[in-house]
Structures are given as structure tokens and as C-alpha cells.
Design a protein around this ligand. Structure first.
Ligand code: ADP
Length: 572
């Protein structure tokens, strides 16, 4: 085995933070008296990567000194290269419970304790300084900055960790490896040079061709190393993505040239700095080469000046440090598909011949429209997996979410649309109407502002589950708050369709109708906090359908909804 395969990026040994059985038993006994810190999924991923040595030479979540140094200089306090803080953020309440010198139990959401931390530091986060250093911006339109400002805890706790057992993972266990296991495999297979390929997307033919070229260039084997940490709403589900990777893996001639392994890592979208972290991780996994894509680890979002990072910045930064890391960095070629040749060639060799290209978005759009994918863009096996998981809209589940003032006509319209969709058939239809939900899902809730909001969120959750399972959910709550509706939309859109119907009948009409006598009760003070009377209704910003039922019959209103569903392909 070559020298570079045997050592961690900084020349040292791989870290392994998993303690012996005896020590684990000791820590379990101790745990009853320990304060607990509950880790989020991304934090558990970081813990796993610390534990198994993927983050070597780190031995725990960073101390303040290391974190500050990393932010300022991209180096740990001992001078070793490290581009992004690996920190454990907590809320203020937890920070108050935890003090320096204490040992705390790190737990998952179910209470299982994979590790303990010996706390060395507790400090408040300077979000702006962190954002500027890591992301080069404090613009909250950047997803990493948004997370930092809106979801990251107010404090950080740091210190070495002792790991009792790696976090429990169930899916695709045969594709999960520690760096040690991958290195042993490389050795067994006689792989002296290995290109690490990072991705968080499905691999299509262009990326496949890129990897082939890198392998040929470096005379190396390939570690296909996709990340499978938390995904963003709208991203493809992990199981489908991994099935696609397995299909792509079979396309390498011969198949023993390539290994597929899943990396439990959550993307930060920090561009160049993150590319460097990706390179360090792959070095720890025993790679000798690492491919850096244009716009590597860049967010899709853009600010008013365009992309957050220069497309070549990630490559430049990793290349600058490749000597120190003892890792060769490979750049993507500018490949294009030339129809006449039936092959991918470097753009410089296309010589004005017809080039075919397709974006990922176009590909997804075509899938939803039930169109076949050309084989020059993706392998038929990958297309088949995608078609299974992302069927055309007419087979997908969707949620019809009617919102508006009381008496606007939501329930009436929902009931008519429900009947029509059942007449059409093909998919189960569930009406999540006020009374049914209150009786079966929220019987303990009252009508306070808070309880009404919890009720709407529960409706959204159930609608999401129905949508995920390819059914149709029809909801008709007042749902007066934009934040709640946006949250529901985001969570449902990752599973299928979300059609918001704003029943925009004006208050005066609703009040005149007053089908349940609620407005008169509210006006006479018998009900407090009634939407439209003494509590606001925040109008939807971008509803799919707007209906003012003042001058239409319920049938006509329902017809508008059905026409929309037909127009957009949800019903045939
Ligand atoms: P919500 O569910 O929005 O509180 P409901 O559907 O329970 O409202 O009540 C709306 C009332 O308005 C019903 O009595 C219904 O018959 C009447 N109505 C009149 N025109 C329409 C219309 N175009 N669409 C829906 N309801 C209408």
C-alpha cells in the first residue's frame, strides 16, 4: 500500500473514538447522573464522522480556541488545516444547564446515548462572524446562513467525546463503511490509487463520464462516495437516490473498478471551504485523488450579484492545499454530448456540431409529465428507478389545502371536490374536515390561538403522510397564519403535490352567511380571538387557486378547482 493510502491527511493515524466494552458499561452506569444534550440528525452525523475517524484528527466537538482559529485562519489551534468548525450548538436553556468540566450524555431523539462529551467550553455563537468566515456572506437567502441564523442554537459546547456505539443506521447497511473498513477493502483489492467522488445528487451520464475520465487520467480506481445526511425539502428521497447509485455502479466496466459507500454527512453549502473539508474526509477514507466540481458545495440560491462563489474557487482552494494534504485534486472536464458522435467529448472538440444538454430540473419536469428520458442523459436503469419514485402527476399523491375565513365556503367546496375525485377514482381520497379532525385527531384541543394552530399543523402532517402514500388529502381549515401554511407546504411538496385554494370570500359576505352563527357570537363577545373579527387572517401569497364565492354557486367553485387539477395534470 502506498504511503498516502495509509495515513490521515495530516500524516497521523486515523482517530477512533469508540471506547472498549468495559468503558462503555462504566459510562452507561454514570449516565443516570449526567445532564443530557439531545442531538439533531446533522449533529448525529457529525458525531458518527468524529467517532469513526472520518474527521481525523478531531477528537471531539471543537473547543472555542479551535473554532475561532478555524474561522479566522482555516487551521486548528495546533496549526493543522481545517476549514469548517465541527461544533455542537445548543439552545440557551441547555447552555445554562451545562458547565465547563462537566461530562454530558449526548443522546438521540429517542433517548439512546451514543456518546458522552467532557465539556471544555460553553460560549455564545457570534452568528455574523461565523457566517462571514464560513460562507463569505451573512445573507439569509443562502441556505447555510439561513440555518445558522434561524435554526442553529444560540450557544456552542465543545470538548472531547467518548463514543459508546455509533448512531443506529438501518437503511443500506452493506453500503456504510468506516474509513478503516474502506482502507482495508482497498488494500484487499490491491487498489493503490483511488479517486474520491463526492456527490449529493443523482448521477447521470455526464457525471459518469467525468468519473471515467478522472479514473483514466489518474490511473486509479473509484470510490463513489455520495453524502446521505439530512436532505432539503424538495430534494429526492435518499432511498431512491441510493438505488440509482447502485444502478450506476453496475455500469462501470468491469464492476470491480468501483466501490460505492454512503457518507452520513450533512451538506453546509459553504462552497470552497466545504470542498476542502470534503477533500480531507476523502483523504481519511484512503483516497489518493479527489474530484472537485465547478461550484462544488455551492447553494442553488443566488444573491443579487449572482452565485455566492466563483465556479472555480473551490478547485483553487483545494489545489492550493493539496500538497499539504498529500491528495491530488482533479478538475472536471467541460464535457458535452455530441449527437453525431453519440458520445461525450470535451467542448473544445465539438467543432460546432450539434450538442445536446439537459438540466436536472428539466429532467425532473419531464418525469412528472410522464415523458421518457433519453439514454444520452441518463442510464435507462436510473430512469426506471426515478420513474418508480417520481411518477407523473396523475399518479402522484397531492394535498388540496383550502384556506379562508369561516363561512367562506371551504368545507362545501371540499365536499363537492371530494365526491368528484371519488367518482373519477384511481386514488384514495381523504377529507380532513374540521369536525372529523377535531373528533379523531385533536379531541383534547380547544379553540385558543395556540390550539387552533396545533390543529392545523396536525392536519398538515396527516395530509403529508397521505400524499406520500400517493393518496389525495383534502383539507379545509381556516389556517389563518402564513408561517404555518408555508411550513405545511414545504413539508408536503417533498412528497407530492400541494395545491393551495384560497377561498377569498370577503368578510362581509361570510358574516352575512354566518352558517354556524359564529360571527354573531364573536361580535357579541361570546367567542374571543375569532378570525376576521378580533384575530387576523393573513392572506396567502401565492395560492394555486383563488375563489371568491360571493357570486358563484358551490358547484361552480368546485369546478374551478377541478379545472385547475386537470390543467396541471393531477387528474386526467
Ligand atoms: P367554511 O368551511 O369556509 O367555514 P362552509 O362551507 O362551512 O364554510 O360554509 C359556507 C356557506 O356558504 C355554506 O352555507 C354554503 O352553502 C354557502 N355558499 C354559498 N355560495 C357558496 C359557494 N360558491 N361556495 C361555497 N359555499 C357557498
Amino acid at each position: 500500500m502506498s504511503e498516502s493510502l495509509s495515513t490521515a491527511p495530516h500524516g497521523g493515524e486515523l482517530v477512533n473514538l469508540v471506547v472498549s466494552e468495559d468503558r462503555a458499561a462504566e459510562l452507561r452506569d454514570l449516565s443516570l447522573n449526567l445532564e443530557s444534550v439531545v442531538l439533531t440528525d446533522p449533529q448525529l452525523s457529525d458525531l458518527e464522522l468524529l467517532a469513526n475517524g472520518a474527521y481525523s484528527p478531531l477528537r471531539g466537538f471543537m473547543s472555542k480556541m479551535d473554532c475561532d482559529q478555524v474561522l479566522d485562519t482555516m487551521r486548528l489551534s495546533d496549526g493543522l488545516l481545517w476549514p469548517i468548525p465541527i461544533c455542537l450548538d445548543v439552545d440557551e436553556e441547555t447552555a445554562r444547564r451545562v458547565s465547563v468540566g462537566q461530562t454530558v450524555a449526548l443522546r438521540d431523539a429517542e433517548g439512546f446515548m451514543p456518546a458522552v462529551m467532557h465539556v471544555e467550553d460553553v460560549w455564545p455563537v457570534d452568528r455574523t462572524a461565523y457566517a462571514q468566515a464560513v460562507f463569505g456572506t451573512s445573507d439569509v437567502a443562502h441556505p447555510g446562513v439561513d440555518r445558522l441564523f434561524h435554526r442553529m442554537g444560540s450557544h456552542i459546547i465543545g470538548g472531547p467525546v467518548e463514543v459508546l456505539s455509533l448512531p443506529l443506521r438501518f437503511g443500506f447497511r452493506h453500503l456504510r463503511h468506516t474509513p478503516e473498513e474502506i482502507r482495508t477493502l482497498f488494500k484487499k483489492l490491491g487498489w493503490r490509487s483511488v479517486v474520491g467522488f463526492h456527490t449529493e445528487k443523482v448521477l447521470h451520464r455526464p457525471e459518469f463520464e467525468q468519473t471515467l475520465r478522472s479514473m483514466a487520467h489518474a490511473r486509479a480506481n473509484l470510490l463513489l462516495h455520495p453524502v446521505i445526511g439530512r436532505i432539503r425539502p424538495g430534494d429526492m428521497d435518499t432511498y431512491t437516490r441510493v438505488r440509482c447509485y447502485m444502478e450506476v455502479c453496475d455500469q462501470y466496466p468491469p464492476s470491480s473498478m468501483t466501490t460505492l459507500s454512503l457518507l452520513p454527512y450533512t451538506m453546509r453549502y459553504a462552497g470552497p471551504r466545504e470542498a476542502l473539508l470534503h477533500a480531507i474526509i476523502r483523504k481519511n477514507y484512503g483516497c489518493t485523488h479527489f474530484m472537485v466540481a465547478p461550484c462544488h458545495a455551492s447553494p442553488e440560491a443566488r444573491n443579487s450579484n449572482g452565485a455566492y462563489y466563483d465556479p472555480d474557487a473551490a478547485f483553487s482552494l483545494v489545489a492550493t492545499h493539496s500538497g499539504e494534504l498529500n491528495l491530488s485534486v482533479l478538475q472536471y472536464e467541460d464535457l458535452v454530448y455530441v449527437e453525431e458522435d453519440g458520445a461525450y467529448v470535451n467542448r473544445s472538440q465539438a467543432n460546432g456540431r450539434k450538442i445536446l444538454s439537459m438540466t436536472e430540473d428539466t429532467f425532473k419536469k419531464r418525469l412528472l409529465e410522464g415523458k421518457k428520458t433519453p439514454t444520452w442523459f441518463t442510464f435507462p436503469e436510473v430512469a426506471r428507478e426515478m420513474e418508480r419514485s417520481y411518477p407523473p402527476k396523475s399518479i402522484q399523491g397531492f394535498t388540496l389545502f383550502c384556506t379562508g375565513l369561516s363561512g367562506a365556503g371551504k368545507s362545501t367546496i371540499a365536499r363537492i371536490v371530494c365526491a368528484r375525485l371519488q367518482e373519477i377514482g384511481g386514488r384514495p381520497v381523504t377529507l380532513l374536515d374540521g369536525d372529523i379532525v377535531r373528533k379523531n385527531l385533536s379531541s383534547e384541543l380547544g379553540f385558543s390561538k395556540e390550539h387552533r394552530d396545533i390543529n392545523v399543523r396536525r392536519i398538515g402532517y396527516v395530509a403529508g403522510e397521505i400524499t406520500k402514500n400517493r393518496g389525495i388529502a383534502i383539507c379545509a381549515p381556516i389556517a389563518p397564519y402564513g408561517t404555518t401554511r408555508r411550513h405545511i407546504r414545504r413539508s408536503i411538496e417533498s412528497h407530492g403535490g400541494f395545491v393551495e385554494v384560497f377561498v377569498a370570500t370577503p368578510l362581509s359576505v361570510c358574516e352575512k352567511r354566518d352558517p354556524k352563527g359564529l360571527y354573531s357570537k364573536a361580535r357579541s363577545g361570546l367567542i374571543q380571538g375569532f378570525t376576521g373579527v378580533d384575530d387576523p387572517y393573513e392572506e396567502p401569497e401565492h395560492p394555486e387557486v383563488i375563489l371568491d364565492t360571493t357570486a358563484m354557486t358551490p358547484e361552480e367553485a368546485a369546478q374551478e378547482v377541478l379545472l385547475y387539477l386537470e390543467r396541471t395534470g393531477y387528474i386526467r
